[in-house]
Design a protein around this ligand. Structure first.
Ligand code: SAH
Length: 253
């Protein structure tokens, strides 16, 4: 094992109250911080710690730079929003290790989990992920759109609740409407759809609509969407938002 160390750290969905004590300690131990600029901006400045912000799309380059820095003997932290293992940097770092020089495999690597967006959104509105569910990135940057359509159809047929990450981008404004059309062909129009935007941040917004009314313009890139299963339902409360929940039992006659 070489002397350097690389932490891959999940910052959680927003404010520092979501940061785990383990993540906080790892941030404190790091001599150098790498990550997408807006995530680095969430980490308090500390004297003697260098910062290496990068663009969103340069994941593999960023991973290689952090690995090389750690291999040179430094304690380095790579930060991700939410959890680093969910559509984020942990897989990019391991991809770089797989393809990189042998010394990177000998590095002390620690992946520090965080609260991922779907769990923060679910907790805000009840228990929509209370039974079987799956998580799908709707971005076609790293997979063909046909694969996404197939997964949506099969997940709906299988009765999973679903969490969608990366629901829209400027480059693909109509795909989310196509996704809802695919789901409407498989699921009752009454299935609850939750739009959780910027959860855990000051501009947080929650909205729950039936699948029949769900539209692409209700989401932006800071939104995580949860589509219920056919069993997911609302529990109305006087003067309070309805609870959205998926009962713990499914498929019983
Ligand atoms: N590693 C992150 C996900 C990165 S993919 C995690 O575990 O949460 C980026 C997507 O995450 C966004 O497009 C959005 O769908 C979701 N997301 C990230 N932060 C969010 C937040 N605070 N509220 C709602 N969705 C969020």
């Amino acid at each position: 094992m070489t002397k350097g160390k690389l932490f891959v750290i999940g910052l959680g969905p927003g404010e520092s109250r979501f940061l785990t004590p383990e993540a906080s300690a790892a941030l404190g131990a790091a001599e150098a911080l790498y990550g997408y600029e807006p995530y680095l901006a969430r980490v308090p400045m500390r004297a003697g710690q260098t910062r290496h912000p990068s663009d969103n799309r340069e994941e593999l380059v960023r991973a290689g730079a952090a690995l090389a820095h750690a291999a040179a003997g430094a304690t380095v932290a790579m930060v991700s929003g939410g959890d680093p293992g969910v559509f984020a940097m942990a897989a990019a770092v391991i991809e770089a290790i797989e393809a990189g020089p042998a010394e990177w495999r000998a590095l002390d690597l620690a992946i520090v989990p965080g609260i991922t967006a779907m769990l923060a959104v679910a907790a805000k509105c009840g228990a929509p992920l209370g039974h079987d569910f799956c998580a799908i990135s709707l971005s076609d940057n790293l997979k063909p759109w046909e694969v996404i359509e197939k997964r949506l159809r099969l997940a709906a047929q299988a009765g999973f609740a679903m969490a969608f990450y990366n629901p829209v981008s400027k480059a693909r404004p109509h795909q989310l409407d196509t996704a809802f059309e695919i789901l409407r062909a498989e699921l009752p129009a009454s299935v609850p759809v939750i739009f959780g935007r910027a959860v855990g941040r000051p501009d947080e917004r929650m909205r729950v609509v039936p699948l029949g009314h769900a539209r692409g313009h209700m989401a932006d890139m800071a939104t995580c969407i949860i589509v219920g299963s056919p069993e997911t339902r609302l529990v109305e409360r006087p003067g309070l938002p309805a609870l959205v929940y998926t009962p713990r039992r499914a498929g019983e006659e």
